[in-house]
Design a binder for this molecule. Structure first.
Ligand code: DGJ
Length: 732
């Protein structure tokens, strides 16, 4: 396992437990990709075929060698300038508009442990002896422009994970501009592939979409300055025929919270290229002499056992190498959030009643959502003025925190630090601190503007204003919201507008990192109108994210199902809300709302004090059940048990790492007259073992549960939910 370099053949091989990744340095100093897939022993060099192809130019280094064209060969990272007409990963332009750079291999280094990226979140490892984690750094030079490019690779062999990033250092005399700077590309010489992407909208995020990668360039992404509700920076490349439990597939996730793009195309001779990185629209990034630009990281994972196998590894990666202490491997509090119960109509009495009712149900934390500050009675004002509205609350924030704590609940608070309302003291004092075009009135969204986090002064203000709020008392949780997309990325303080969108994201990360070091125990829940910024970058700072503003349990089943391909359930905040649901009007039983919210980081979001007694009783039981199963949900192997689009139910399960227990949840999504019996096939159980259903005492053969399934009850009621807790029988 690890990274090897064959000096004779100039071949790099990165080997994980179940995958091999291989590329070589050729006689012209170009890096040609050879292979990525299940483990191989030898070298895949013979796959490279050289032919004279019309209209595919030859790089000058190859002289008149017409069979050598970068337009045809599989490359490790495509850089515009050497004759590859396919979509490039990197485009460099000089100040006078000369577009193109030509890099050649100079040297490389293989190191123990994982590289780090300055100012950017990335997969981290403990690099202990024996962990097998290694890094490869390849240096490429363009002597004409005086540029050094470093291709970085990290390998976590046990998880079949390879990470990639690129840095570009200007060692020349003139500034250059990056027009495009993707983090990784993958050229597959052979094979036919689909890609699975996740599209959506506000309130209906991460719907699964599978398409064939054809001779049509396909692209997904976000031009919104945030990863977005509309597409997610996570995708799966699946070899044709790959399903849930068989076939080769590759996860590709960008550790970045700003605009991104992912591209897929099959070229004229059948090579499939998939690449991912920062969104190129609006990106025109200067790199002056002496400066270095670093791309965000792309994480790759391989599974030869279909998407289920990929999910198990991917979730382990995020839980252990992306989510950081103190929340790594630790339970999160069960919260009650004030939003859907009262919206902005909150006051001291309401909050204290919520706290009292929360305590009676066993809830750990109360989160005061929007409406507590400035003169915020609707969403038209006050963002930026982070001072408690004492007349509305009838007390100071400090007092409110103390009183909630006295009820026995921990205290959390909603903030939207990246935004400003035009009707705010902050905007009146610093109108140029908002991103907007000079001389024009801005595009508004939720009647608010975005603060310019590319500007140091603004970053300082934002950090200080949050610290002032946090220092008001014992605030242990922040819900960090972001309720619009960025449109006019013009910074009054910037020298170059083409760097603003990326510098904004770096500014956000800087603030979050500083907060983390000042308040190491603070739990931050990410949010962007629900799941508009649900990405690996945010998870590095915010170990859980509000999955969607849509709290209807039926819609949530689909949203959570889609989200689970790229993110572990424990990272998805999910709450029990009232019925009929605010957003869809759908009526659902309280048990179903509970089971659906127990998908991930569990909580409530309704007026607990006025809940009907029978629902209160159910909620009390849900809190107890959740606390009992929390570790299994957080740390177990997660399985999607069916595709909810194909059947009248949606099932999912958590199997402990030692396979001794499995928790299975299922919700009936539709009921028809004379409904056939639905059978739910289990996954991940120990082969040849026996499991007993804790409720009925019936013992089942694990092989049968996984191959034939479990009959689901037939009840003539809508949206019923069921829990099964299976415990493995000890071998005789
Ligand atoms: C959008 C969030 O997703 C909601 O949960 C709530 O916090 C509102 N913002 C508050 O304005």
């Amino acid at each position: 396992m690890g990274i090897y370099f064959d000096e004779d053949k100039k071949i790099f091989t990165i080997e994980t437990n179940h995958s091999t990744y291989q590329f070589l340095v050729d006689e012209y100093g170009n890096l040609l990709h050879l292979y990525y897939g299940s483990n191989i022993q030898g070298s895949a060099e013979y796959l490279l075929q050289y032919r004279d192809r019309g209209f595919s130019g030859n790089p000058s280094s190859a002289g008149n060698e017409r069979t050598y064209s970068m337009d045809v060969l599989p490359v490790e990272l495509s850089i515009w300038g050497n004759g590859d007409y396919r979509s490039p990963a990197f485009v460099v332009e000089t100040e006078d508009g000369a577009r193109g750079a030509v890099f050649a291999y100079a040297s490389h280094e293989i190191r123990q442990g994982k590289y780090r990226l300055a100012g950017l979140p990335a997969v981290y490892t403990d690099d202990a002896e024996g962990s097998g984690v290694q890094s490869l750094e390849i240096l490429l030079n363009d002597p004409v422009l005086g540029l050094e490019m470093r291709l970085l690779y990290g390998v976590l062999p046990e998880l079949d994970v390879i990470t990639r990033a690129v840095t570009l250092t200007n060692t020349g005399k003139h500034k250059v501009y990056l027009e495009k700077a993707l983090s990784a590309s993958l050229d597959f010489i052979t094979g036919d592939y689909d890609w699975i992407t996740f599209h959506g909208r506000h309130m209906m995020e991460r719907n699964v979409h599978r398409t064939h990668i054809d001779k049509i360039g396909q692209m997904i992404g976000s031009r919104r300055g945030a990863s977005s509700h509309q597409y997610n920076p996570f995708l799966i490349v699946a070899e044709e025929g790959t399903g849930e439990s068989t076939g080769s597939c590759y996860a590709m996730g960008l550790v970045y919270s700003g605009g991104f793009q992912a591209e897929a195309e099959q070229d004229q001779f059948g090579t499939t290229r998939v690449q991912m990185g920062i969104q190129e629209a609006g990106f025109h990034y200067p790199v002056a002499p002496g400066e270095t630009f670093t791309t965000p990281e792309v994480v790759l994972a391989y599974s030869g056992e279909g998407t289920d196998g990929l999910t198990v590894k991917w979730h382990d990666l995020i839980r252990n190498h992306m989510i950081r202490d103190p929340y790594k491997g630790q339970p999160k509090p069960v919260v009650v959030n004030s939003w859907e119960g009262a919206y902005m109509d909150i006051n001291r009495e309401y909050i204290l009643q919520l706290a009292e009712a929360g305590r009676e149900l066993g809830i750990d934390m109360l989160v005061v959502d929007d409406g507590w500050f400035g003169k915020r009675n609707d969403d038209n004002s006050s963002l930026g003025d982070w001072v408690a509205n004492e007349s509305k609350l009838s007390c100071s924030l400090s007092r409110l925190i103390e009183d909630v704590n006295a009820e026995g609940l921990r205290f959390g608070l909603w903030l939207e630090p990246e935004m400003v309302s035009e009707d705010s003291d902050l905007y009146r004092a610093h109108p140029d601190w908002a991103l907007k075009l000079p001389g024009r009135s801005p595009v508004r969204s939720r009647n608010q503007l975005v603060l310019d986090l590319a500007n140091d002064q603004v970053k300082k203000y934002v950090l200080e204003s949050i610290c002032r709020v946090l220092d008001a008392g014992n605030i242990e949780f922040v819900k960090w919201d972001f309720n619009r997309s960025i449109y006019e990325a013009y910074s009054a303080g910037a020298d170059h507008q083409g760097s603003v969108l990326h510098d904004y994201v770096l500014g956000l990360y800087e603030i979050l990192e500083q907060l983390r070091s000042k308040y190491p125990k603070l739990l931050i829940e990410g949010c962007s109108g629900g799941g508009g910024r649900f990405d690996l970058g945010m998870l590095y700072y915010t170990p859980q994210i509000w999955t969607s503003d849509n709290t209807d349990p039926m819609d949530r089943l689909w949203i959570q199902y889609g989200t689970s391909f790229g993110y572990p359930p424990a990272a998805m905040a999910a709450h029990v809300t009232k019925s009929p649901n605010e957003h869809t009007g759908r009526r659902t039983p309280v048990e179903t709302r509970g089971i659906t919210a127990m998908y991930g980081a569990f909580g409530f979001e309704l007026d607990l004090a006025r809940m009907p007694e029978n629902e209160k009783e159910a909620a009390r039981k849900q809190v107890m059940d959740y606390k009992r199963f929390e570790q299994l949900i957080r740390e177990g192997d997660y399985y999607r048990l069916n595709d909810p689009d194909r059947e009248n139910f949606c099932g999912w399960g958590f199997v402990s790492k030692d396979k001794r227990q499995a928790l299975v949840h299922v919700v009936i999504t539709q009921i028809r007259g004379n409904e056939p019996v639905n059978y739910l096939k289990l996954k991940g159980l120990k082969q040849d073992a026996f499991y007993t259903d804790e409720n009925t005492g019936i013992t089942y053969d694990a092989n049968l549960l996984m191959s034939a399934g479990l009959p689901l009850p037939l009840e003539h009621r809508e949206y019923r939910a069921y829990r099964f807790h299976f415990v493995m029988e000890e071998a005789q």
